[in-house]
Design a protein. Structure first.
Length: 94
């Protein structure tokens, strides 16, 4: 994946990473207009400690429970590259 592709993944993580309720995050991962499919690693770390991890399903979507609240880093790993973005996990969802 090129730097442009990595930035596209990071942008889409921003667009689709949502906090639905305390400790729950979900979304989809794409490169450009193409969903990446199964096996993309999605991890969340809060305070430097892993707080949740999963892989995308065949449709490129993910769902994970986060074991912490506050500022966190959501990282997407695909084909030996990674893109990260800061997210916030709240006790009470919007």
């Amino acid at each position: 994946m090129t730097l442009r592709g990595t930035l596209a993944v990071a942008t889409l993580v921003v667009a689709f990473a949502s906090t639905a309720r305390a400790g729950e995050m979900y979304g989809s991962v794409s490169e450009g207009a193409t969903k990446l499919g199964a096996g993309v690693v999605v991890e969340v770390a809060c305070g430097g400690k892993q707080a949740g991890a999963t892989q995308t399903d065949k449709t490129g979507t993910y769902h994970l429970d986060v074991a912490a609240t506050g500022k966190c880093q959501l990282t997407v790993k695909h084909k030996d590259q990674a893109a990260s973005i800061e997210v916030v996990s709240y006790e009470d969802g919007a």
